[in-house]
Design a protein around this ligand. Structure first.
Ligand code: X2X
Length: 340
């Protein structure tokens, strides 16, 4: 948050008489100018539902707080990579950030748990877990790391495998395949265990990595592929559905708590409601986009069990159970059933 001329007003707001009863009716009405200009940043393209819905939420928040709170949306890695933005969020350089559970695991290891290979058979099981006990468990760990997580995860989607070289039909086809994965031990580990040669690259550099053939392929949800135009640099998409991932909506604690409680509530409610709409958008897009993407790449239907068995044989599940801990793993399996 910018500390400019607002500082005085904000201090009045927090410590002065305005911070008591009057805060409920929003001092902006009284003072005219008081505003919290806050920043929300992420790596997704501007027209991905994550940013479309957050711009809507931001307008709603501004209106409901009578202009007190204005959240500016910075999409498409404008403020840096995920790793850059996570440190900006922690230092207060940005106020809000949406981050993949797996990438957040650099700070909160257990946040990777939603990405365990082939864990969730369908969306209802994803949301049962992430809106339920497993999500609460991860939120607790995020809070311990000093950040404020919001309750509703945003959808990224089930991930598919795009290749610019050869069709991937079985795990054997992944041998020596240089697949771009987001920076995260779980992503690298999963593709190593599948026999591939993962290369860890931030999303903002992925298109170029494909063009320059640093990577033979990548894995992403269809919406991610489409809005970043990755189908332009691919030939085949195998519907591996190997992982579900979503975004945790996170706030810098000091910055969020500087808002009057009633404004905090408005922000939380609007953002969670936007997440629910965004989930519907993405689920629908992941179905609708297929025909569009199929104009430039060939879709390949695969047997997920072939890949899953390879993970079982390589000891993937045993290793990640150890890494995630029994408590989180049991919560996951209470939704998915036994994984190994
Ligand atoms: O970096 C990616 O591949 C992305 C955007 O799809 C994530 O899941 C973080």
């Amino acid at each position: 948050m910018k500390e400019t001329s607002m500082t005085v007003n904000r201090r009045n707001l927090m410590t002065g008489t305005l911070a008591t009863g009057a805060a409920l009716s929003f001092p902006s009405l009284v003072l005219g100018q008081t505003q919290f200009r806050m920043k929300f940043a992420n790596i997704m393209p501007s027209d991905h539902p994550l940013n479309v819905r957050m711009r809507e939420a931001s307008a709603e928040i501004k209106q409901k707080t009578n202009g007190l709170v204005e959240i500016q949306v910075f999409p498409a890695s404008q403020l840096g990579s995920d790793a850059d933005m996570l440190s900006q969020l922690r230092s207060g350089g940005i106020d809000f950030f949406a981050n993949s559970g797996l990438i957040l695991s650099s700070l909160v290891p257990v946040a990777a748990i939603n990405g365990i290979g082939f864990a969730f058979p369908d969306y209802p099981s994803v949301w049962r877990a992430m809106d339920g006990a497993l999500g609460k468990h991860v939120m607790g760990a995020i809070e311990k790391a000093g950040l404020v997580p919001f309750e509703k995860m945003w959808d990224n989607g089930y991930r598919q495998t795009l290749s610019a070289t050869k069709p991937i039909r079985t795990a054997d086809d992944l041998k020596g395949f240089k697949i771009r994965v987001p920076p995260s031990p779980l992503w690298t580990g999963l593709f190593k265990d599948l026999g591939a040669s993962p290369v860890s690259i931030p999303w903002g550099e992925t298109y170029t990595a494909m063009q320059t053939k640093v990577a033979d392929g990548l894995e992403n949800p269809l919406a991610g592929i489409y809005f970043a135009k990755m189908h332009e640099v691919g030939k085949f998409i195998s519907t591996t559905n190997h992982m579900w991932d979503g975004f945790w909506f996170l706030a810098n604690r000091r910055s969020f708590e500087s808002l009057p409680p009633s404004a905090r509530e408005i922000v939380r409610t609007a953002v969670n409601a936007a997440a629910m709409k965004q989930r519907e958008d993405v689920a629908k897009l992941n179905e609708d986009l297929r025909a569009n993407i199929a104009k430039s790449v060939e879709f390949i239907k695969v047997d997920p069990n072939n890949f899953r068995n390879k993970l079982r044989e390589s000891g993937f599940y045993a290793e990640w159970k150890k890494r995630m801990g029994d408590e989180a793993w049991n919560l996951l399996e209470s939704t998915t059933g036994k994984l190994a």
